[in-house]
Write a new protein. Structure first.
Length: 203
């Protein structure tokens, strides 16, 4: 059964990623602008001081304009960094215009960790964040999501899902990433809301 679900999820992931990557640059720019107008009027975002975002990769919506808006509003912007020794875990490093970047094992840009005596002196845990903008490949009408398959965000958001503790998660996606129903696994963490350029879903 799990093999069947995994196969279905892989097919959906492959199809949606191809659709997303096929969007024209004009369509991407329009999507980014439309999304921005929703984000900058969102009450939770307006109240937040520390937010985590991801840089556009694999056809994702470009959040550059939103990141600049956050800086203008004196909000601290963080990017996820794959933990170098703890498998499946993320830490977060503040992102500024002059932040030194690395390329991680997935080919994604992330801030360079500064390590002294085995401690990350420029990183924080998710518990110090107010909002985590959660990347996804596909989502459905119940807030379920399929990510890239690493499980990083399912682990990260489990405390919020189980006890409503930790940062508030918001999914961001193109409209083409919507599916009526997704095959889910028992470790999947659904999101309370997902925002696309034309819709704001609450679950």
């Amino acid at each position: 059964m799990n093999d069947t679900i995994s196969g279905q999820r892989d097919t959906i992931r492959k199809t949606i990623r191809a659709t997303r990557k096929a969007l024209t640059s004009n369509a991407q720019k329009h999507a980014s602008n439309k999304l921005l107008s929703t984000l900058i009027s969102h009450p939770k975002i307006l109240a937040a001081k520390r937010v985590s975002v991801t840089l556009a990769y694999d056809g994702e919506i470009d959040l550059t304009s939103f990141i600049k808006w956050c800086w203008q509003q004196d909000k601290h912007v963080y990017l996820p960094v794959v933990h170098p020794s703890e498998i499946g875990q993320l830490v977060f490093v503040e992102y500024k215009e002059n932040t030194e970047m690395d390329i991680n094992r997935y080919g994604i840009k992330e801030p360079k960790l500064v390590i002294q005596n085995t401690h990350f002196i420029n990183a924080c845990s998710s518990t110090e964040l107010d909002i985590v903008f959660t990347p996804l490949v596909a989502f459905d009408q119940q807030g379920n999501r399929i990510g890239m398959g690493g499980g990083y965000y399912d682990r990260l958001l489990t405390p919020w899902f189980e006890k409503q503790t930790g940062p508030y998660p918001i999914g961001l996606a193109h409209d083409c990433q919507y599916c009526d129903t997704l095959p889910i696994q028992n470790w999947d963490v659904p999101l309370p809301e997902i925002i696309t350029p034309t819709h704001h879903f609450h679950f």
